[in-house]
Design a protein around this ligand. Structure first.
Ligand code: ADP
Ligand code: MG
Length: 320
């Protein structure tokens, strides 16, 4: 069992940021309106995620850490992606297999909560305790029992930067959730969950970018593109701030990036890249999303390119 969990963990857990991603997705799924991410030493020593979501019933806590344990109702549509992903219900078991993991959780309906502690996948402690509604999970000493993998971790600042970037993306794609990110005791990012993307961008990136934002609200041929793009006076020298979401999930996609850039035309100087936070609602478009790899595959790439470019071009023709 140990070995299988460790192998499965290899697919889910690559670095601290992949743990944070899984845990944050769980917090989001749990209906939280507020989530705090705390890390020490880039997440290598400690990751703590605290949410105010639905919590886990005491009778379900141990089960949640079993492989393939999922409480989530899956629709036919989800099933397609599940097959290609093969990690549903694997996150908690995989994370617990390669770390020292403590969870405190309580549902609204129960009077007491549970504290559950697992080391390297082995149960150490289970007790009922008083706790606030919601879940808090602490991951310590990632890969302490797989030194070969631990060696591949980058410096704390690099690992921490991946986490910070991840929190930014999730804050922009879940604007109604208030996120707080604390690294080595310092608050690094904080959003208020107002639901307004422009507010969130301001809270994450500050005045310069937020002052330059234009709305994108485009709908045609089954493709919907909504969000914000900064005018070309604020650019970056890399694609880092081209934030693209498909059906609410952050992805990287060269075609969309290129289309956004081409939509700027010669307003964009060479080797300059825009800021954008754009969500593509592709429910009417044939698309295969791979969340773990943050990749999508479109059946018709030109269609996506053309519409994206047009959506950005419209900014300059209609909003001057
Ligand atoms: P999955 O998310 O694919 O169901 P996980 O291993 O990530 O699998 O989680 C297992 C189960 O544990 C979830 O289905 C959910 O019921 C429960 N769970 C995990 N994290 C939380 C959380 N923060 N709040 C409420 N329930 C949670
Ligand atoms: Mg999960």
């Amino acid at each position: 069992k140990d070995t299988i969990d460790k192998i499965a963990a290899g697919e889910v857990v690559e670095r601290p940021a992949s743990i944070v991603k899984e845990l944050l997705e769980n917090s989001i799924d749990a209906g939280s309106s507020s989530v705090t991410v705390e890390i020490k030493n880039g997440g290598i020593d400690l990751i703590r995620i605290t949410d105010n979501g639905c919590g886990i019933a005491s009778s379900e806590v141990k089960k949640a850490f079993l492989r393939h344990a999922t409480s989530k109702i899956v629709s036919d549509k989800d099933l397609i992606s599940i097959k290609s992903l093969g990690f549903r219900g694997e996150a908690l078991s995989s994370i617990a297999a390669v770390s020292k993991c403590e969870m405190i959780t309580k549902t609204r309906d129960e009077l007491t909560g549970v504290r559950y502690y697992i080391e390297g996948g082995n149960e150490v402690e289970y007790e009922e305790i008083g706790a606030p509604d919601g879940t808090s999970i602490i991951i310590r000493d990632i890969f302490y029992n797989t030194p070969a993998r631990r060696k591949f971790l980058k410096t704390a600042s690099t690992e921490g930067a991946h986490i910070s970037e991840l929190v930014e993306k999730l804050a922009m794609s879940n604007t109604e959730i208030a996120f707080k990110f604390i690294s080595n005791g310092q608050i690094k990012l904080q959003t208020n969950g107002s639901g307004n993307l422009k507010d969130i961008v301001y809270q994450l990136y500050g005045k310069e970018i937020s002052k330059a934002l234009c709305n994108v609200d485009y709908e045609k041929n089954g493709i919907k593109i909504r969000g914000v793009v900064a005018r070309p006076e604020v650019t970056r020298s890399s694609r880092n701030l081209e934030n693209i979401f498909v059906n609410g999930r952050y992805i990287k996609d060269n075609i969309i990036s290129k289309a956004v850039e081409d939509g700027f035309g010669d307003r964009l100087m060479q080797h300059q890249y825009p800021f954008c936070a754009l969500n593509f609602d592709l429910n009417g478009v044939d698309v295969n999303v791979h969340p773990r790899k943050m990749e999508v595959r479109f059946s018709d790439r030109n269609f996506v390119y053309d519409n994206t470019k047009e959506a950005v071009e419209e900014i300059f023709t209609t909003q001057s």
